[in-house]
Design a protein around this ligand. Sequence first.
Ligand SMILES: Cc1ncc(COP(=O)(O)O)c(C=O)c1O
Length: 439
Amino acid sequence: MTALSQSRHLATEIPGPRASELLERQRAAVPAGVASVMPTFAVRADGGIIEDVDGNRLIDLGSGIAVTNVGASAERVVAGVQEQVAQFTHTCFMVTPYEGYVRVAEKLAELTPVDGEVRTALFNSGAEAVENAVKVARAYTGRQAVAAFDHAYHGRTTLTMALTAKNMPYKHSFGPFAPEVYRAAGSYPLRDGLDGAAAAERAIDQLEKQVGAENLAAVIIEPIQGEGGFIAPAPGFLPAIVDWCRANGIVFIADEIQTGFARTGQWFACEDEGITPDIITTAKGIAGGLPLSAVTGRAEIMDAAHPGGLGGTYGGNPVACAAALGAIETIEAEDLTAKARRIEEIAAGRLREAQQKDPRIGEVRGRGAMLAVELVDPETGAPDAALTGTVAAAATAAGVITLTCGTYGNVIRLLPPLTIGEDLLTEGLDIILDALAAA
Ligand SMILES: Cc1ncc(COP(=O)(O)O)c(C=O)c1O
């Protein structure tokens, strides 16, 4: 197969004729609850391009929501998968184990910022990893309560919906939710104006008064909140929360499902915060697009769950493990943490320049290749979700896959594959900024 040309190309409107037919079939066969950002269908993807069924080549600034950090057909991932699939597809690690699983666990022990002796259990999705991290923390502490934060996103299963903050679309009409989940205010410097120490003091006070430290099994937080709006906490917030957890025997879980695997310019975002979690949950970027997730934690905590207590039919599937080993090797060989930092240099610079001229850009924030623009009413600073929707729709129509996020729906987020070409990245940014200028 010829290489996928790394250039944007619009052969038709989006959706084109083939995509329109498929959309009709989707409507007839797939429930409305499973909605898609793009009104078209992929046939190929590589580097910074996704090609659709009508021959349109779209600039990918989403990576399938922070998954294809190494690209959507990275050579080492493809080769690893092909080799493994020809050997065997599945035995079930709980029945007949295989080396790939152990190698992924060894690699995570080496790479994750968890101190001391470390263990890893593998699962299928991010939500499943979070569920299992909570199970392990409860088994270890003998306590039940779990605290999450405002603007948190941890998934869509019953427990993780309870941990997730935003009602629409994630929770609305799907209750009741799992019990013993509590929420504290986090740190959102643009909107709360608090420094890290003050924000941590507020959160700790809420948890002490409303839950009681002695009842808490775990505190879970994303080191940069993803779906909530790419909110980086004020410096010092996370270290203060970790210190309080340590002082009170509470397991600190860093949810690095979106931030992990070179996305923020380090292997894991915790590294920039100077914190070492007790448990770290990972998924998304771990396996170059195959479904895999991990719970990596201090051995004494992870070993608290009884034999047979953790697992699942497909958890750590051998093909997904081969993909993970290929993705990890790619990040190492191609120095993709440096590439993420270079993406920040290019993109944040350009966005900040635009901010100087356009007061509707309330804030440019994020780290590495996890960057966001929060759009606001220049007079009041109020979130402007309508403008955000208009800009994303115009950029999408021009062939740039543009994702939004945020509790208030007013954040444009950039999550390009780390392998995107610099010209393509710049072109994609220009199209988004032109769409903003025209809105
Ligand atoms: C921080 C975080 N945690 C958990 C999840 C859930 O992962 P999954 O969709 O694989 O269940 C996500 C997904 O967006 C996420 O960003």
